[in-house]
Ligand binder design. Structure first.
Ligand code: IMP
Ligand code: MG
Length: 177
């Protein structure tokens, strides 16, 4: 069957992404100077951003991962969040940074934030690679944002459409032309 969408042009290139990872890594390093941080990556979209980001955090860094229900092969959220993979270790008393690929409606991060706050971490911050404010349905405070993007379906650098395009080293979007 023919593809319904084509991947469009480069919106954010590799050099821009790499510079931003360095900047945010530096901010986190300063904000948590002398402390240990636990970076919780949200599978699968956040893995590439997490991998690049943590190499710019000059602290003791531990990582863990969670997986939640996603859009499936659709470009719109179902509105329901389900935990598919939980944390491996308790986070009580830890400096936790949730690392997400993109905040769209805010539903996923709002759910995760409340869920993790219930485990009484010392601090809980949110770091997202992309922010799409046009899609917001629930207000959510994000502490570290890579880039703000317009209201398009984004792919690349970890973000997928029907599990494809995660391997693009840059950010692009789907176009139907
Ligand atoms: P939210 O709960 O609506 O904020 O959606 C968050 C999740 O939806 C992200 O973790 C992504 O997996 C997915 N998502 C939202 N917008 C996009 C997009 O433009 N491209 C790819 N995935 C997206
Ligand atoms: Mg995701």
């Amino acid at each position: 069957m023919a593809e319904r969408y084509n991947v469009g042009t480069v919106m954010i290139d590799e050099a821009q992404i790499s510079k931003r990872a360095e900047e945010i890594g530096k901010l986190i390093t300063e904000d948590f100077a002398g402390q240990e941080v636990l970076v919780v990556g949200i599978l699968k979209g956040a893995v590439i951003w997490l991998a690049d980001l943590i190499r710019h955090i000059e602290l003791d860094v531990k990582i863990d991962f969670m997986a939640v229900s996603s859009y499936g092969a659709s470009t719109k959220s179902s509105g329901a969040v389900k935990i598919i993979k939980d944390l491996d270790e308790p986070i009580e008393g830890k400096n936790v940074i949730i690392v997400e690929d993109i905040v769209d409606s805010g539903i996923t991060l709002n759910y995760l934030k409340n869920y993790l706050l219930g485990m009484e971490p010392k601090t809980l911050k949110i770091c997202t690679f992309l922010d799409k404010p046009a899609g917001r349905m629930i207000e959510i405070d994000v502490d570290y944002t890579g880039f703000v993007v317009e209201d398009k379906f984004i792919v690349g650098y970890g973000l997928d459409y029907a599990q494809k395009y995660r391997n693009l080293p840059y950010i692009s979007c789907l176009s139907d032309d």
